[in-house]
Design a protein around this ligand. Structure first.
Ligand code: AMP
Ligand code: ZN
Length: 450
């Protein structure tokens, strides 16, 4: 057996690639910030989900199938959820449970190993959050004021070490409220009061609810421990979210601020569309069900998402999906030439590229150079691809094509019903140019190939 290459990961805090050295190689702890569940997530939200799913597979390959403890929060109490509930006349719980279900369904469709993710919901850990804040206050790292609990940023020497922002930028960047009860402008809220009609929990500081940064730190401590090996999320979370999580983690830990909360901090680049970060507020979003409806398969979407280095931005386009589909077509054609054996050994070059801070462009290039079906399948497994039946892949094409033709025929029928004959003719001509002939009969429209 050849020895495994050392696993090197880019650490945002140290601004360099470091050799990964887990505290306990038989129990590797990884936490990735998850969704605030108030509506259907867009595919940008699934970039971290897929990137860290790949990292989990790499960690398992290096340290053993059962060695990885991977947690991801569900933020089920937040102003956005409250607003959505008010708007739709439902409870916060109804809104958040529904969106959580969608999130899991979409992640699963993208080949994410959802079943091994520890997924704590914020509202199940309010007691632990209150206990953590009590500790922070006792140690002089936090203070209560007018129903709020705030973190005293001047009490933590390491504050700012993750994002390396100068103080004035931190204040501006966090868009922190100027409030009379704050000791320092950059102090952030750990707990806030709830109005009588808002969800809230009793606490030593009155009825209220936790801040977002508090949720993650408390759940990490509860589910994984006071310090962890890897903390991940999108680049937008470095400041203020991760800076604030880290400050709380350091100061709540018995080491009293000397131990880092996470030894490696990893951040994925943004998925953009029309050159802007994909985000709900900008409106430039695509969802997983929309793409599936258009005939794209989950595996194609997953590969499209892996077509750039995880730290680089990635522009979402039709052509990106086409390229991903073409690659999968050619790989599956190779798989079809051999027997679909399970559990082979992965290609050493693929393992080496993955071990070098998940160099995905190298991995994909190498996969295209592999001709042996068993080797290709075992290597694809490391990035969560190529585990399907090769014949099924080719048939999926036929099914997607049929669904697409049926949908366009339905659109033509609807256009005719609306007396929009120009549009109806356009659809018929477009299909004809692709070699699909329509025949109108008493029972509706059928099609055949020319
Ligand atoms: P949010 O629900 O906005 O808090 O985001 C959940 C996760 O998705 C976080 O790790 C974000 O950094 C990440 N994320 C959100 N939008 C994008 C995007 N356009 N590209 C990549 N990651 C994103
Ligand atoms: Zn978080």
């Amino acid at each position: 057996m050849t020895a495994l290459p050392p696993l090197r990961l880019y650490d945002t805090r140290r601004r360099e690639k470091v050799v990964f050295e887990p505290a306990d190689p038989s129990r590797i702890t990884m936490y990735v910030c998850g969704p605030t569940v108030y509506s259907r997530a867009h595919i940008g939200n699934f970039r971290p989900e897929i990137v860290f799913d790949v990292l989990k597979r790499v960690l398992r390959h290096h340290y053993g199938e059962d060695a990885v403890w991977h947690a991801r929060n569900i933020t089920d109490i937040d102003d956005k959820i409250m607003a959505q509930a008010a708007e739709t006349g439902r409870t916060v719980e109804q809104v958040s449970r529904e969106a959580e279900g969608w999130y899991e369904e979409d992640a699963r469709a993208l080949g994410v190993d959802v079943d091994t993710v520890i997924a704590p919901r914020a509202t199940d850990f309010i007691d632990q959050m209150i206990a953590m804040l009590t500790t922070l206050i006792e140690r002089g790292h936090a203070y209560a004021a007018e129903g709020h609990v705030l973190f005293d940023t001047t009490s933590d020497e390491g504050y700012g070490s993750l994002s390396r922002r100068p103080l004035d930028e931190m204040v501006a960047g966090a868009r922190v409220e100027v409030a009379p009860y704050k000791k320092n402008a950059q102090d952030f809220v750990l707990w806030k009061p709830s109005a009588p009609d808002q969800p809230g929990w009793d606490s030593p500081w009155g009825r209220g609810r936790p801040g977002w940064h508090t949720e993650c730190t408390a759940m990490i401590r509860e589910k994984l421990g006071p310090t962890i090996d890897i903390h991940g999320g999108g680049q937008d979370l470095i400041f203020p979210h991760h800076e604030n999580e880290a400050a709380q983690g350091r100061c709540a830990h018995d080491g009293g601020g000397s131990d880092e909360f996470a030894s490696v901090w990893m951040h994925n680049g943004f998925l953009s569309m029309s050159d802007e970060k994909m985000s709900k507020s900008l409106g430039n979003i695509v969802t997983v069900p929309k793409l599936l409806e258009q005939g794209h398969r989950g595996e194609t979407i997953r590969l499209a998402m892996l077509m750039a280095h995880y730290r680089q931005p990635l522009e979402w386009t039709e052509s990106l999906l086409e390229q991903a589909k073409k690659r999968l077509d050619s790989w599956y054609r190779k798989l079809a030439t051999g027997s679909a054996r399970e559990g082979g050994t992965a290609d050493p070059d693929v393992v080496a590229a993955l071990s070098e801070d998940m160099n995905l462009p190298h991995v994909l290039a190498r996969l295209s150079g592999i001709d042996d079906p068993a080797l290709l399948r075992a290597s694809g497994q490391l990035i969560g691809l190529l585990q399907g039946d090769p014949r099924g892949w080719a048939q999926g094409d036929a099914n997607a094509e049929k669904a697409d033709i049926t949908a366009r025929i339905a659109a033509r029928t609807a256009a005719k019903a609306a007396k929009n004959y120009a549009e109806a003719d356009r659809i018929r001509d477009e299909l004809a140019s692709e070699g699909i002939i329509l025949e109108d009969g008493p029972d509706g429209t059928t099609w055949r190939r020319a």
